[in-house]
Design a protein around this ligand. Structure first.
Ligand code: GNR
Ligand code: NI
Length: 172
């Protein structure tokens, strides 16, 4: 269990397309544990592996409101099977786009097929914040960030701001 460094925009790795996981073994489970530690440490509600520099199709989430009651969720190779035509709007943030927030429209409901922590196939029907968060995370697997949905002007202003911040130094 360890807290990893979260990559931030404009790091090119965040634009990489993550690869399908062929087996959920101890390496993947350790990665999921480290991702969860990293996510809780940063007070996030979701994290994709690529955010800590690992281009595998793995996501962890915990949208529970009670800080003392952890409800971790693990998604390996998630695929959106269905999505609602109706959209809902949420103010989104991203641990890889620090201190920037914007209202983003996404399908209000979706169904996700994925493998769980034990490699077992599951289907999740999501709505509300859960639906928004899982779509935000699946975007990371395709190298997409929420700022990509903003106007060119808003996006470039955010990238300009973030470019002035020193990226987290990697401590070896
Ligand atoms: O912590 C996070 N909060 C959040 C709020 C609204 C919509 C999406 C998110 S995900 C984000 C953590 C993150 O960057 N995951 O990739
Ligand atoms: Ni994010």
């Amino acid at each position: 269990m360890s807290v990893k460094t979260i990559l931030t925009e404009p790091n090119k790795l965040l634009r990489q397309i993550s690869i399908v996981v062929t087996e959920v073994g101890s390496v993947e489970q350790k990665l999921m544990n480290d991702m969860l530690d990293t996510m809780y440490d940063a007070n996030g509600i979701g994290l994709a592996a690529i955010q800590i520099g690992v281009p595998k199709r793995i996501i962890v989430m915990d949208i529970s409101k009670d800080e003392n009651k952890k409800e971790p969720m693990y998604f390996v190779n998630p695929v959106i099977k269905k999505k609602n035509l109706e959209k809902s709007t949420y103010e989104e943030g991203c641990l890889s786009v620090p201190n920037q927030f914007a209202e983003i429209d996404r399908p209000s409901k979706c169904e996700i097929e994925y493998l769980d922590y034990d490699g077992k196939k599951q289907l999740l029907k999501a709505e509300g914040l859960l639906a928004t968060c899982i779509q935000h995370e699946i975007d990371h697997l395709e190298g997409i960030l929420f700022i990509d949905y903003l106007s060119k002007l808003k996006k470039s202003m955010i990238i300009k701001k973030l470019s002035k911040i020193k990226p987290n130094r990697i401590i070896v």
